[in-house]
Ligand binder design. Structure first.
Ligand SMILES: [Zn+2]
Length: 291
């Protein structure tokens, strides 16, 4: 039988944050984890954050692709919310290989330095929700731009700065599919905490052009509403949101005005708190203010 790949998307729960933002309780954005599978084997792209979310993902993989061997996990970029689950998945699939570009692997190492791991991740998710730092497993840096499963090519495409630096997407030409990580968002507010200059946001727009040039039929966003179809419209809407943010920056005189403007323009996107970090980062004088 010929191997024809199919794909399924798991959308995680929203983890409650232990820290209030502007006096309000909030939850983290839902995270997409994509399973691409053939006749007998499978590839996962990205993991959730917490141990219990990742155990839920493992059960979902086993029910979605029963008996198939999870051979690879590909990590799209270094933010911890896309790879802290690797060590939990390894307990279920001891032989799997976790892969990422060398740039992503370097970023992963940055994320577990104390100021970021303790200052951000443990502060947001305390009490053993995520593995201890010495229980986390990183990915191995890829020596080439891709790998293969059942004769199908999987290509890592580096797209530069999107919601952070050194990001990538995974292109699967045989099914014209791109797993876009956080280069593309679904119906969730986009994170501009690091894309805090016009130059970086222009780099993000160029990344979207790079993805579009791959001519995909399916584009899976890194953070999305469960149930949303993974169409190319996700890419177009991500581009429009960046252009709207740029316009809102030019019209706002402080970060609060900017945040309010984006909430007004996008009243229905998930996680309006995500825009606070971006709004503050766009106004350097707000950097001393804590979210
Ligand atoms: Zn990210």
């Amino acid at each position: 039988m010929t191997s024809i790949l199919q794909a399924d998307v798991y959308v995680s729960s929203r983890l409650p944050l232990a820290i209030k933002r502007q006096g309000e309780t909030s939850s983290f954005s839902p995270i997409s984890c994509t399973l691409i599978h053939g006749l007998t084997s499978a590839v996962l792209i990205d993991t959730p954050i917490s141990i219990s979310q990742t155990e839920d993902l493992a059960a979902w993989i086993k029910s979605t692709a029963p008996g198939k061997d999870l051979r690879y996990i590909y990590i799209t970029h270094g933010h911890g919310d896309h790879w802290f689950g690797i060590s939990t998945l390894r307990k279920h699939w001891p032989n799997l290989r976790a892969l990422a570009t060398p740039g992503t692997v370097a970023h992963m190492a940055e994320q577990i330095k104390p100021e970021i791991f303790e200052g951000t991740w443990l502060a947001l998710f305390p009490g053993g929700q995520i593995p201890a730092v010495d229980g986390l497993e990183s990915a191995e840096p890829m020596s080439s731009s891709g790998f293969e499963l059942e004769g199908h090519e999987f290509r890592a495409v580096e797209v530069g700065h999107t919601d952070t630096y050194n990001t990538s997407v995974l292109h699967v030409p045989s099914i014209r599919l791109v797993v876009a990580g956080d280069a593309v968002y679904g119906d969730v507010h986009q994170y501009f905490g690091e894309a805090n200059t016009t130059a970086k946001r222009q780099e993000w727009l160029r990344a979207l052009n790079t993805i579009e040039a791959l001519d995909p039929q399916t584009v899976i966003a890194g953070h999305k509403r469960a149930g949303t179809v993974d169409g190319l419209f996700n890419l177009h809407k991500t581009r429009q949101y960046i252009l709207d943010f740029e316009d809102a920056v030019s019209k706002a005189s402080n970060w609060k005005e900017l945040a309010e403007d984006m909430r007004r323009r996008y009243p229905r996107r998930i996680n309006p708190h995500a825009i606070l970090r971006g709004a503050m980062a766009a106004f350097p004088e707000a950097a001393i203010a804590k979210v």
